[in-house]
Design a protein around this ligand. Structure first.
Ligand code: ADP
Ligand code: MG
Length: 357
């Protein structure tokens, strides 16, 4: 186990990059504590796998350093970094049994057979694959192959970090939720530093204590699931996390007053700076129907299980509200109230309201 530090990392796949657009990773500085559960979350193409492959040593960064516990490993090949990596698609030996597949990373390191048997039994139990230990891997379903692939990543207890790159991609939807919670449990038992890469917010938020949100080769925010939900540092985070995501509403600033569709919007906590492209951010969870709110006309109501999402037009702008209980019919005039302590101002995408507590 180790603390991982990334310092001034940049990476381009081009031989002579010119502008920032030529970099798959623009400027990454990160500290990951020993034993933590981290997720790297962002849309496809934002640089997640590039970052992971730089940490494991499969890729050498164009610039910057990688430290494990303050030891510079930037120039070390993968096999000297002492890490385990689980990929999107299963990496196992088809001709070997499940037992031998799980034992392989340990045999490779010269671990004693008695210890190997013990670890393999432990991992098989955690992953619930005991009854297939003597089956040849070739005969397994894709789901089970990926489970074994994950087991191979978890079997060594001396690694600096275990990294998962979208490991649930090939897993059947109905099994996904099961493995998702299993991984969380595994982290609690194994206590290794784990980095979990995904484009799926649910996977990231269930697994990680801390989530790193990336966009276009840059880190936009690092925070706990609650922090990402309550104080998105950028409208991208607000929109990307949540279902539906945060309402990001066009705003005008007039002599220090913020107006949305002609209505004054109140904030808790001071508003910073002036100018820029101003927007108001409020999550649908914090918009309610109230006689005192902004007049709006209901455009659409969708049922999403325990509650409904009501989309209503305030002037020319749609605003979503999550409503429990009775919902108004389409075409109805309603009033929308924004919870002041959960209303944020953004300038050029970045948060411009200070925390009031
Ligand atoms: P993610 O894992 O978040 O989907 P990647 O790290 O795979 O993103 O890719 C980041 C960017 O780098 C993308 O624009 C992608 O097209 C580019 N890229 C990835 N791998 C290579 C490669 N081997 N050669 C050139 N460009 C690459
Ligand atoms: Mg990827």
């Amino acid at each position: 186990m180790a603390k991982i530090t990334l310092s001034n990392l940049r990476h381009s796949y081009l031989p002579s990059p010119a502008g920032p657009e030529d970099y798959a990773l623009k400027e990454i500085d990160l500290d990951w504590q020993d034993g933590g559960a981290y997720a790297l979350l962002g849309p496809s193409g934002c640089g997640k796998s590039t970052l992971l492959n730089i940490i494991s040593g499969l890729l050498v960064p164009s610039e910057g350093r990688i430290l494990f516990d303050d030891r510079d490993v930037t120039d070390l090949p993968p096999d000297q970094r002492n890490i385990a990596q689980v990929f999107q698609f299963p990496v196992i030996y088809d001709t070997m049994t499940v037992r031998d597949n799980l034992a392989f990373p340990l045999r490779n390191r010269g671990v004693a057979e008695a210890k190997i048997a013990e670890r393999v039994a432990e991992i098989a139990e955690m992953l619930d694959v005991q009854e297939m230990l003597d089956t040849r891997a070739a005969h397994l379903s894709p789901d089970n192959k990926q489970k074994i692939s994950m087991g191979r990543g978890l079997v060594r207890d001396d690694v600096n970090v275990v990294m998962f790159d979208e490991p649930l991609t090939v897993i059947d939807p109905h099994l996904k939720w099961k493995l998702r919670s299993k991984l969380k449990e595994l982290h609690q038992r194994v206590r290794a530093t784990m980095i979990y890469v995904t484009h799926d917010q649910t996977e990231a938020l269930t697994f990680a204590d801390q989530v790193v949100v990336m966009q276009d080769g840059e880190i936009v925010q690092i925070g706990t699931p609650v922090e990402l939900f309550e104080r998105p540092q950028h409208t991208f985070v607000g929109h990307f996390i949540g279902s539906p995501g945060m309402n990001v509403l066009p705003a005008l600033e007039l002599e220090g007053v913020i107006l949305f569709e002609g209505h004054q919007i109140a904030f808790e906590g001071a508003v910073k700076g002036t100018g820029g492209h101003t927007e108001v951010g409020i999550r649908p969870e914090f918009v309610s129907l109230s006689d005192a709110g902004l007049p709006a006309q209901v455009r659409k109501v969708s049922d999403v299980g325990r509650h409904a999402v009501v989309e209503a037009m305030v002037g020319n702008t749609p605003v979503k509200a999550i409503v429990e209980g009775e919902v108004p019919p389409q075409g109805d005039t309603v009033h929308l109230a924004f919870r002041t302590d959960q209303t944020r101002l953004y300038r050029d995408g970045w948060i411009a309201t200070e925390a009031s507590r």
